[in-house]
Every structure is written in structure tokens, then in C-alpha cells.
Design a protein around this ligand. Structure first.
Ligand SMILES: [Zn+2]
Length: 505
């Protein structure tokens, strides 16, 4: 019997788990068996490996080939084991011994090419935690792999392995023209200078960007809500390196890594017809949903009342906890989901109520029911709640343009710096994260503002939870204005920003 061993990694959620591949070549009738992989994956993997050997001119062993992937209780998903299995087979059929420190990841094409798989970055981060680790990845993924501090080699064809092993094979094909250097074109982000009027909405967007507050915008169809939200990534504070790696790791696990770290917070805009799995994450081999792909960024739900109630309800727990656990029979995975929620809504189903109420064909009851679909607990999540109106003729005729995103971003960054230094000891970076206890202990208000807060609490007009939201926004207003603590006007503005919007529909 001849033995060969190689190492690979399985990605569950955004975590890597080591997998040992053992190959035994036994005398007897030629056969090829893989144990330790889910049934469907086994046959596909076998076919790819056989075809890749043939394409690379490597003669497949005429023996009983048994492959074992262990540990048996680690779920193994994806196609990234092909390369490791092929390496272990080549090792078993030659005197080539593979270092224990090397981890192999890659799918084999029928032509023998080593193809990219999802989850390279989480695999590389896993490898980086091991001493003297060396990762071998598909050539097109080398930029992604080097984001983790780990020794990386890249292959584009199986015959490269055969050459290293001293096994007969066809020549190595030319290196493919893949740009894997990790440069991505900057995304096109609309600029606030192209947004006319809408002073209140611009102000709300700036506050939301600075403090990470959830924002709901209501206004007639076509009034420019999506345009405003599109400007948000251009004024949000850039991600730190650690945050950018977190975001890239999720993108890699989702299979949509762009090729380089981006400092721009991600934005996800699922349509209201998206399934709960697309939004929350899941599937047999769980993948991150929109809430995780907007981790450290923005989740924009346009036409919020059109989302199924069950989907909106499913958002509540991950919003509360900052992550989502997805349970499967043999394991569970956790995806981070700290996102800022931006919602937009038409005032009614026909969309005309605010601007042309005479033309609105909805009954008062239908208008009420339209917003009820969002549900009280979800509406309650929004710290900022504003209404957009159509521009007047005078505004439309005015040649003035809006303040550019660059200037708004400067104020946002300034406010962000103030909150980071104030919240540093608590581990938060945004006012929206401050706990009720922190707010109670650290907010010193002018007397009249304090009386106002006490009054709404005593009379039961607002819950403690709502007051906490108002205080968080008031802190952001103070940070934007460069004040040490919220002033009376900040409390008034925070109240107004919370209570405008849909409540009067
Ligand atoms: Zn209507």
C-alpha cells in the first residue's frame, strides 16, 4: 500500500477549519473512492480530478484509490478540496513528500487548470494563525490570500504540482492573463452637490453618517430618496484596516470579493422580492445574506412597506445582537451583521399622498394599513424619521447647487473623531452603539432639556428606549457642532428628527 497526505481547509460561515487528506493506493481492481465528503460533492470531485490528470498528462494510478477527508465530523463544503486531493494522490504515487505546513486550496478544471473558489481570505486568515503556515492558492486568488499575513504560493495548472513531484506530465501551459494584483476601480458614488434642495434630508443623512443612526425617509415616488442614499458611502467615515478585513472576509465567503481591500463601507440594497435567505443568509451550505454583506456599512431597504412582514421580523434579532447564527443539523455558523439600516417608503401604495393628495386613490384606512405593514417594532428602530417633499418652482428655477460630499464628509469625520475618543474605553466607535447605562452616566444636560426628558418619561409619552435613541442622536448633533455635550437645541432637534415622518400619515 502507498500513502499520500496533504492538508486543506473547509470554510464554515467565515471561519476556516483544517482538513487532513489521506490517500491510500491499494492493489486490486482500479477504483476511486472518496470518504468524508457529502455525497453530491464526491462524484463531482472525482470526475474533475480524473479529467484534470488526463489533461495534465499525468497517468492516474491503476489501483484502488481511497481518499479519506478527516476529521469526519467537520462539515466539508465547496470545491476547494480538489487540489489537495490531487496533491495527496500524486504524493502517494511518487516519492514526493508534502510538507505538513502547506495548505492547498483550489478547484480543478477539466483542463487541469487550478480555479478560484470562494472563501480564500477566511482560509488565509485561518492559516495565518498557525506557525510556519504556507498556503497554496489558485493564481487568480493570490492578491486575496496575501491580505492575511501568511506565506502564499499560487498555481494555475495541475502539471506544476506534477513537475515539483518529479512525476511525468505534459508541459505547464502559459500563465493566464489574470489581474490578481488587487486593484479594483473605485466605485461610482453620486455626490451630494448634485442633490438640489432637500435640506432636511441632507441634514438627516449627515447625522446618520456621523453617528451610525438608522434613518427612514418617506416621500413620494421619484422624489430622489435613492439618489440621496446613494451618496451615503461618499460621506461615511472610511473603514479601519481591521474593519476592511472583516468586510472582505464576508465578501470572500459570499463569493463576491472584489480583489482588494476597500475602505469604503459596503452598501447592500436587496429588493423587496428577495427571499429571507438572500436577506438574512442561509442555505444548506450557509452563505452570508445582505445583512452580513452590509456589515460595517449600510443596508438600504427601498420601499420598506413592500417587504414581507416575516422578512422584516427576521431582521430584528441580528440588528439587536450584531450577528446572525444559522443552525444546521451538524453545525452552526455565525455571520457578523452590524449594519446601519436606511429605509425608504412611499407615503401610500399609490405614492401620491404627500404631493398630490387629491390624486391619491388610497382611502385613509389603506394609507394607515400601508405603514402598519412595516410593524411598530421595526418602525421603532429608526432614530431619524424624515419626510421629503417635491421641490417648489422657485427651488427648481434656482441655479444654486448643493454642498459637495467632500465638505459634508469633513464634518462627519470630525464628529467621528470626537466620538471615537470619547467612547474609546467602552469599545464603541459610534454614538448609535452607546448603551442606555453609558448614556445615563455620561449625559449632562442643560436644566430645561433635562426637564423635557423627565417630563416625557414621567407622562409615559416615550419609553426609556426611545429616550436613549434621542440622547444618542443629540450626542451626534453635539459632535457635529463641536460641542462638549448636547445642548438644549440638540435635544430639541433630536426629538424633532425622531417624530417627523410617517407618524402623521
Ligand atoms: Zn395613495
Amino acid at each position: 500500500m502507498k500513502l499520500g497526505i496533504a492538508h486543506a481547509v473547509s470554510i464554515l460561515g467565515v471561519e476556516g477549519h483544517g482538513v487532513r487528506i489521506e490517500v491510500a493506493l491499494l492493489r486490486g481492481l482500479p477504483a476511486f473512492t472518496i470518504v468524508g465528503l457529502p455525497d453530491a460533492a464526491v462524484s463531482e470531485s472525482r470526475e474533475r480530478i480524473r479529467a484534470a490528470f488526463a489533461a495534465a498528462g499525468i497517468s492516474f494510478p491503476t489501483a484502488r484509490v481511497t481518499v479519506n477527508l478527516s476529521p469526519a465530523d467537520t462539515p466539508k463544503s465547496g470545491t476547494g478540496f480538489d487540489l489537495g486531493i490531487a496533491v495527496a494522490i500524486i504524493s502517494a504515487m511518487s516519492s514526493w513528500r508534502v510538507s505538513e505546513n502547506i495548505t492547498w486550496i483550489g478547484e480543478l478544471g477539466l483542463d487541469g487548470s487550478v480555479r478560484q473558489v470562494r472563501g480564500i481570505l477566511p482560509a488565509a486568515l485561518w492559516a495565518a494563525r498557525r506557525p510556519d503556515a504556507h498556503l497554496v492558492v489558485p493564481y487568480g486568488s493570490r492578491g486575496e490570500a496575501t491580505l492575511a499575513q501568511v506565506h502564499v504560493s499560487a498555481l494555475w495548472h495541475l502539471s506544476q504540482v506534477a513537475q515539483d513531484a518529479g512525476v511525468d506530465c505534459a508541459g505547464v501551459p502559459e500563465r493566464p492573463e489574470i489581474d490578481a494584483t488587487g486593484t479594483v476601480p473605485a466605485p461610482l458614488i453620486p455626490d451630494l452637490e448634485d442633490v438640489r434642495g432637500q435640506e432636511e434630508a441632507r441634514r438627516a443623512l449627515e447625522i446618520a453618517a456621523a453617528g451610525g443612526h438608522h434613518l427612514l425617509m418617506t416621500g413620494s415616488a421619484g422624489i430622489g430618496k435613492s439618489m440621496l442614499v446613494g451618496c451615503l458611502p461618499g460621506i461615511l467615515p472610511p473603514l479601519t484596516t481591521a474593519e476592511a478585513v472583516e468586510v472582505a472576509t464576508i465578501a470572500s465567503a459570499a463569493g463576491d470579493f472584489a480583489g482588494a481591500l476597500s475602505r469604503i463601507p459596503p452598501m447592500s440594497t436587496p429588493h423587496h422580492t428577495a427571499s429571507a435567505i438572500a436577506l438574512i443568509g442561509g442555505g444548506t451550505n450557509p452563505r452570508p445574506g445582505a445583512i452580513s454583506r452590509s456589515h460595517r456599512g449600510v443596508l438600504y431597504l427601498d420601499e420598506l412597506p413592500e417587504f414581507p412582514r416575516s422578512v422584516l421580523q427576521a431582521l430584528r434579532q441580528p440588528m439587536e445582537e450584531g450577528y446572525i447564527d444559522i443552525h444546521r443539523a451538524k453545525h452552526s455558523v455565525r455571520f457578523p451583521s452590524k449594519f446601519q439600516l436606511i429605509g425608504s417608503a412611499n407615503p401610500c401604495r399609490c405614492g401620491m399622498f404627500y404631493e398630490d393628495s387629491l390624486q391619491c386613490t388610497c382611502s385613509p384606512r389603506e394609507r394607515r394599513d400601508y405603514f402598519r405593514r412595516i410593524g411598530g417594532p421595526m418602525l421603532d428602530r429608526f432614530d431619524l424619521n424624515i419626510v421629503l417633499h417635491r421641490l417648489s418652482r422657485a427651488q427648481l428655477a434656482s441655479p444654486s447647487i448643493g454642498e459637495p460630499s467632500r465638505l459634508v464628509a469633513e464634518r462627519v469625520y470630525g464628529a467621528q473623531e470626537r466620538m471615537v475618543s470619547r467612547l474609546e474605553s467602552s469599545g464603541w466607535t459610534k454614538n448609535s452603539e452607546a448603551s442606555p447605562a453609558w448614556l445615563r452616566d455620561n449625559t449632562v444636560l442643560p436644566d430645561r432639556a433635562d426637564d423635557l426628558i423627565n417630563n416625557v418619561l414621567v407622562t409615559g409619552q416615550l419609553s426609556m428606549r426611545s429616550v436613549a435613541k434621542i440622547l444618542r442622536v443629540a450626542w451626534t448633533l453635539a459632535d457635529l457642532a463641536g460641542r462638549e455635550s448636547p445642548a438644549e437645541e440638540d435635544i430639541h432637534e433630536a426629538f424633532a428628527l425622531r417624530s417627523r415622518g410617517v407618524s402623521h400619515v
